[in-house]
Each structure stands twice: as C-alpha cells, then as structure tokens.
Write a protein that binds this ligand. Sequence first.
Ligand code: GDP
Ligand code: MN
Length: 384
Amino acid sequence: MKLHEYQSKDLLASFGVAVPGGRVTKDPAEAKLIADEFGGKVVVKAQVLMGGRGKAGGVKLFTDSQAASDFTKELIGKRLISIQNPDGMIVEQVLVAEQIDIAEEFYLSVLLDRSEQKLVVMISKEGGMEIEEVAEEHPEAIVRLHVDPAWGLSDYEIRNAITAAKIPSQAHRQMVPMIKALVKAYLESDADLIEINPCAWTPDGRLLAADAKVSIDENALYRLPQYEATKEDAAEDEIEAEASRRGIAYVRLGGDIGIIGNGAGLVMCSLDEVTKAGGKPANFLDVGGGAQAERVKSCVELVLMDQNIKGLLINIFGGITRGDEVAKGILEALATLDVKVPVVARVEGTAAKEGLALLASSPILGAATMQEAAEKVVAAAYGK
Ligand code: GDP
Ligand code: MN
C-alpha cells in the first residue's frame, strides 16, 4: 500500500534521512503562509498516489508565495493524468516544500529480491527519470547491493557499491548512512518498497530526499494505524476504494463477467474457468469465510457497480460459509437492486441443499459444477 510523499518523507526523516522542509495542505491561503516561511522559494507538489506526477503537471517550482498559492488553488480538485495512470487521480492536497537547488539527481531504492530471498538496494547516478527507463537505456548505470539477512550491510560494502555506481565521492559520506537508514526504515516499517528519486545533491554539498515513495505491507497496517486512512487514497479505482471502505477483498480486472466466491483459491479457479469458457472476468471478489446474508448482498452490490458487467457468477463452497445464508444474500440483493444481468450460482457444501431450494423459485440459474457454472454464465452473458 503506497503512502503519500509527505508521509513517506516524515517516515524516512524519523529514521534520520535528510528531507527538505514543508507541510501538506488543502488550502491555498495556508499554502501561501507555508511558502512565506521559505521566503517564497518552494515547490508545490500534488499528493496523488501515482507515478509521473512531474510530467503530469503536478510538480512546479516557485519563487513567489502568491504564485505558489494560486497554483495550489488550481491543483486542488483537478484530475492529473500520467502515462502510468491513464485514468488519472484527483488532487486532494498538496505538499508545499522548501525548494532546494539541485546539482545532481541520483536514485536510491530498497526492495525485496524474491529470487535471492534478500533485500536489495538499487543505486544509480541517473536519478530524476523513471528507473524503468534507466534500466532499459543504461542498465549498467544501476548497481544492485544485496543485504545479508543476518549481517546487514557494512559501510565498506555500501562504499564499494556507490563507487561502482559512480556516485561522486563528495556525496559518499552522506550516502552511506542514508542507505543504512533506508534499510532500517524498510525492515522496521514493514515496507515493501522504498524509493528516493531524485536523491538530490545540492551545490552546497547536502544530500536530500527530494522525492520519496514508501509502500508498506497492507497486512501490517495494524502496526501502523496512522496510515489506515491512506488505504482508500491508494485505491486507483473507485470500486476498489469502495471495497476497501466495506472491508471486501476486491480487485477490478477489466472484463465483463462479475465473479463472487469464497476463499481466494476458489475465486482464482473461477476466474480461470470463466476465461476457459471464453469469458472475460470483471473482478476478483472473495466474500471471506462465514459470510452472512448482509455481506453477500453488499458484495453483489459492489460487483454490479461496474457498468460493464454482462453476467454474474457466484461460486460458493460451503464450509464455515453456509449455502442458505449466501442464497438469502443473493435474493436480498436481487430484490433491492435492479439486476438486469443473468446470475448463475453454484452452491456446494454446508447447507447447499437449503440454499439451492431458496434459489429455485428465483430467476437465478443453478449449476452443479464450477465448470458448468462458468459455461452457463458466459453463454447467458454473451447471448450464446
Ligand atoms: P515525480 O514526477 O512524481 O517523481 O515528482 P518529483 O518530486 O520527483 O519531482 C519531479 C522533478 O521535479 C524532480 O526530478 C526534480 O527535477 C524536480 N524537483 C522536485 N523538487 C525539487 C526541488 O526542491 N528543487 C528543484 N530544483 N527541483 C525539484
Ligand atoms: Mn520522483
């Protein structure tokens, strides 16, 4: 789960990483006050959780606090669109930060190298541009430093790596502790990615994180409850944002066959079966164990928020989840929502008989197996 830039910078600063000063605001008048604190020389930055903000017009340098305030006013409520995020995201707040002079831009990141089962620090002197671009055009300009899980990193190893990355030697004394701080922050904050791009070297010899991206493991949110609210901002899709508010595991996939199942494995099988039957799954949705009628209804409602849906497949293997509870939920959903698409339900396991009996007098199509259900929903949805 991505954190906003201002949150990422606060987090890294608490581990000793140097960051430019600044504060976040939604209010142009306050933006002016913050800019005044830095003598008007600021950078105003949209706080949206997407890449390529600068190119999308979400980052601008100022030497005058009124102009910074005017730009804040222009940005708030605006939808920014980038190559990485063609649907765009609405700006709700901006970071008004001290504008630093930059002599050189470097790149630093920490992430997990799954094949090595180790953390890896990526270092490049080609900062400022997207790292994917650097990887394509100058792969030799990226140096990877693996972190030994037992021993961590020694100063010596870090110095070797940044020398190999051709980071100017004047910056070494500050970059060594910065990399150590990044690794410590990664481990202690349950991060899955930390990226500083650019890591700025100033003409007066300071090394600062001019931009920061921290992503934390969503399953660790209970340890970092201060970021709970950011979860919704992180959802790029409006239905995913709503799912997050409802506490439902939902991922939009872009097709037109809605899918609801219990248990992640069963849902993934359902996606495969629908694909095999010639359909395009619209989503992943796991109702979870022991789902009650109310929750099932909420799930049906959520899936149908997707305007592309042509058919809905409900695949339940009852264990803790009872088939009759699921059937009640489906019926309640159909009664209250004006469902125009065909619905196919396969209910198996605990209280399946009771569930199917409840559905029998409804327009819902039954199916004995998952394969049959997938074929039925695809045929009904595409009018075959
Ligand atoms: P991104 O486009 O979302 O990665 O946003 P960044 O925060 O990285 O800003 C984009 C670019 O704006 C950076 O690569 C810098 O070149 C420039 N920039 C950002 N902050 C400053 C600053 O404080 N001073 C100067 N001189 N340039 C900055
Ligand atoms: Mn950046």
